[in-house]
Design a protein around this ligand. Structure first.
Ligand code: SAM
Length: 280
């Protein structure tokens, strides 16, 4: 177990930055950035504009996903030499669909304290404005990969009852929603775009309605929020029917089908197995 006393007294800061509206940059973030000796950034141009706006003038070190590992030793060396540092991604929280993860791990391995300076992120305002269940949610980040890979990933969340949050680029949004509809069938869908900016908008629709009539001019930065799967209540016949369908149509083994269906209907695997054997 490692607690405060195991770590350096001076922390390395991971600072959240605005996702659009610059007024969301906190006083604390500005104070911290003014107090450090160097700032690691995902992109010197993007962060340069932000830092200039707030008249923060510090040496910048470019650390992005392609050079992150090689820059870590250099950063740790500086910190061990007594310098103070911070990390910014282009927008929102570092590490949330952004670089920074290898750096946090390396800092912790070297017993350098990590401190996170709160600020904006697209995830929570998208969820909160969606009107969907906020009591439990699953964040999937970007659904990267080809159609087959994305479909396989979505299949894993098909029976997840938590609200799902997905980041997506505007040029892929319609394709992605159609794919989600093909796996999840009908559910509530909310598209949150341009949060904190001039054209901020929440679009309240459903997977079917949107797939039937996709918007062709959806621009800007987008978060997709999808209602979680509903726990099904059903008769014994329907439950067994589902088991049989998974076996016949999807090639599941009896054991796999029983596990999945028991999970969906929140019933005992043993009882379902016994009922399955009886019908054989
Ligand atoms: N680190 C960021 C965060 O904490 O939210 C996320 C960075 S990720 C590279 C960029 C994605 O976040 C965009 O493609 C979009 O899905 C979402 N995003 C960022 N800013 C947004 C905004 N103002 N409105 C809606 N979505 C946004």
């Amino acid at each position: 177990m490692k607690r405060n006393k195991s770590f350096s007294t001076v922390p390395f800061y991971f600072v959240a930055t605005p996702i659009g509206n610059l007024s969301e940059f906190t006083n604390r973030a500005i104070e911290i950035l003014n107090s450090v000796d160097f700032i690691c950034v995902e992109d010197t141009r993007t962060s340069g504009l932000l830092l200039n706006h707030f008249k923060i003038n510090k040496p910048l070190i470019s650390v992005h996903k392609f050079n992150e590992k090689s820059k870590i030793d250099f950063v740790i060396e500086k910190l061990k030499g007594g310098e103070k540092g911070a990390f910014l991604s282009d927008a929102g929280y570092p590490l949330i669909s952004d670089p920074g993860s290898p750096l946090v791990n390396a800092l912790l391995e070297h017993d350098i304290k990590v401190s996170v300076i709160n600020g904006p992120s697209a995830l929570l305002p998208a969820l909160i404005g969606s009107g969907l269940d906020t009591s439990a949610f699953t964040f999937l980040g970007f659904l990267s990969g080809n159609n087959k890979e994305v479909t396989a990933r979505l299949e894993k969340y098909k029976y997840n009852e938590e609200t799902l949050i997905i980041y997506e680029a505007p040029h892929r949004i319609n394709k992605t929603i159609t794919l989600i509809y093909s796996v999840f069938a009908e559910r509530k869908l909310v598209i949150a775009r341009e949060l904190t900016k001039l054209h901020e908008e929440y679009i309240y629709t459903s997977l079917k309605e949107y797939s039937d009539n996709p918007l062709l001019d959806l621009k800007g930065e987008i978060v997709i929020i999808i209602e979680g799967s509903k726990k099904e209540t059903s008769s014994a016949d329907e439950v067994l029917d589902k088991v049989n369908k998974l076996i016949k149509e999807k090639g599941y083994s009896a054991k796999e089908a029983i596990s999945v269906v028991a999970l969906i209907y929140d019933i005992s695997k043993n009882e379902l197995y016994n009922a399955y054997l009886k019908q054989q």
